[in-house]
Design a protein around this ligand. Sequence first.
Ligand code: ADE
Ligand code: ZN
Length: 349
Amino acid sequence: SPLHDLLVNLPKCEHHVHLEGTLSPSLLFSLAAKNNIVLRDPSSPAPATTSPNGGEEGEAFTSPAHLAARYANFSSLDDFLAYYYVGFSVLRDADDFEALTYEYLVRAAQDNVRHAEVFFDPQGHLPRGVSVEVVMEGFGRAVRRAEAEGLGISVLLIPCLLRHLPVEHSAQVFDSLVRDGHFASGALSGLGLCSTEIDRPPELYRAIFERAKEHGTAHAGEEGPPAYIASALSELSVSRIDHGVRAAQSAELLALLAAQKILLTVCPLSNLALRGVQRVADVPIRAFIDAGVRFSINSDDPAYFGGYILDNYCAVQEAFGLSVGEWEGIARAAVEGSWCVEGRKGEIL
Ligand code: ADE
Ligand code: ZN
């Protein structure tokens, strides 16, 4: 497309990428080998004759290509999440998180990402005995290495609460992050909310978000109704909404998002992969622009959804044919909606 060079060169901010969602099939396999872990398909039981557990365990994945083929065919958010959480099993020590983070930062720098706010799921690692300190140590080493190599990306790390687990578990983990001073030290920035959405309305997390002194954000309106977006705003006082694509079903909600200058962190290839839309053209980009709703374009779980951030920009351009001015507006909204210090915003723009 004629704007391809412009899309490549736009200085990008990524606000919606899950660290664990950047685990490529090749790194997943190499860490599985290192850590002696057998990868099993969560949705395909092995034949009883070959499984010592009488067919209760899934068929083993035999290669990165075998995994990638399954990734090409998710049916829903929860179908994807089952594979995403299998990927967690290979992440064991700080070296693993360093490798994961470094691989993402190098890949993001290729797409001219200048600032990345990266989600991770502490509750998804604790059951294997992997503490947030282990995640933070590996992450920090990768960021320092990227800095030393001049990659030019500033980075924030944002813990997300997992909605498929009991609210009480989220409350305990959030408590421990506060108690251990990780927000006060600046090692962690903000608070997010993700995983299964249907039947897990934002208001369940009101008491926790009330105690989050930092920025808040919540996945809402990905599979869930517009009412969940409204609830995340009114009950959780978030300043951003992750996805938010279902806001387009309500003119009133679009007006509210525009008036409150809420940033929607939209992930078109994710919505396509998880069947929230049938085509990228069905992501309500034009409706957001027309309503004056701010949004950024992001990759979500790029190792699972077949594209990194530039691929998402290109998919949007192919579907909508935006103007140079509209792209500059998107890039500006992304910088302004970032949680970095003001001085850094000036450097990026
Ligand atoms: N965790 C990782 N990716 C997610 C998504 N797209 N929606 C909800 N939770 C997630
Ligand atoms: Zn997400």
